[in-house]
Ligand binder design. Sequence first.
Ligand code: UN1
Length: 493
Amino acid sequence: MELQNFIGGKWMSNEELQTIPVVNPANGEQLAIVPLSTKSQVAEAVAAARKAQKSWALTPAPKRADFLYEIGHRLKEKKEYLAQILTKEMGKVIEEARGEVQEGIDMAFYMAGEGRRLFGETTPSELADKFAMSVRAPIGVVGLITPWNFPIAIATWKSFPALVAGNTFVWKPATETPMMAYEMAKIFQEVGLPSGVANVVFGAGSTVGTEIIEHPDVKVISFTGSTETGSKIAELGGRHLKKVSLEMGGKNAVIVMEDADLQLAAEGIIWSAFGTAGQRCTACSRVIVHKDVKNELEQMLVEHISRLTIGDGLDENNKIGPVINGAALEKINHYVQIGKQEGAKLLVGGKALTAPPFDRGYYYEPTVFTDVQNDMVIAQEEIFGPVLSIIEVTSLEEAIEVNNSVKFGLSSSIFSQDVNKIFKAQRDLDTGIVYVNAGTTGAEIHLPFGGTKGTGNGHRDSGQAALDVYTEWKSIYIDYSGKLQRAQIDTEN
Ligand code: UN1
């Protein structure tokens, strides 16, 4: 299969473009080839998006939303087909792939509903016979740069609010997962989205992304990915005065207090640490546990891990699939070696799986370090793999301090049955998402998604908050007094 750019409603030829293979991380098989676009494809896509934007913005929002309903229905019809492709190109196990496609379906219907809301505000004017209101105005062409770990869900978090608000977009999907973007483009075409409203440009490295960010006709950039790339985008976007929305790394923790339901906590930790092979920005990579229950919790975790089946995600029995590629496997292993050198105690795991049937894919054992000190590298940096660090504390205050001591602030969780501890924790945990008696993953699409500190730059994906990224507030004053009323003239003195 040969993937093609989708620009101005057309499939573009790959002639004169270099192509690279798309590989199944479960077994190294080639799934497709994908073109590496250059500056001129990006320019073409932006031109198409710009040309389409005016009439798209003038299309009534409920009519724009009708396309999203249609897209939602198509996603629903194709759910199993898409989930299979997703598992093949990204590696996550099939039940998670289905769940991810479902996130996209939910987002389609949720944002479609927005077509009949997109609420503005009316407010009294300071002056008589004057009406004041503010409305959400579309911004123009937006650039979307999306990651490989949630190739469809995250794309819908960004593209659907952008569309319903009256913007058009140029989307650069992750190099590793272009097939989901290709399938989305097919759906955009099938539902008859006007030409140029949605454009997909494939690429690798920073060429396409840089071009999108620097192009003067792209007004908003929405990015999810690593903190390293995000900071570069912020700098480049800042230089060109772009509105930039960034969703980046996490070092998410589960806090387990002495009064917690330990079995529930262990299950929550296992799911959020090792689901998606730990490759979620919301993944739990630290357990901050009260000393009184540390040993018991560790035993439960080891027990649970012994039952986790690893392998190709297409096999319904497997709970953990491969990591995305060889470079990711090496990076994970590198952190594990650092952990050992730093003196953390390896409780379980610690190796890549290289014997058959794992030898052709990229598999890493679920790994747990204990007796981790908070200043160790493995306790501070994002590993983005199935590696968990256990840190012991003696009070809730200490647990919160440890949680907040990292440079990220995406998700956190507390297991406790004490209502006072729970309320204090939800207030003081410095993350954009807080869970009580649940793991750190599983954010729902109708709530704001994002984090504090190094995780983001104040914007949010999902929920109503996403509309703030893709709209500009416009304040409108209508004077119906029939005379010139001079505002802010102080006549009393
Ligand atoms: C991500 O890892 O970037 O909350 C997104 C969750 C999912 C989304 C994760 N709904 O874990």
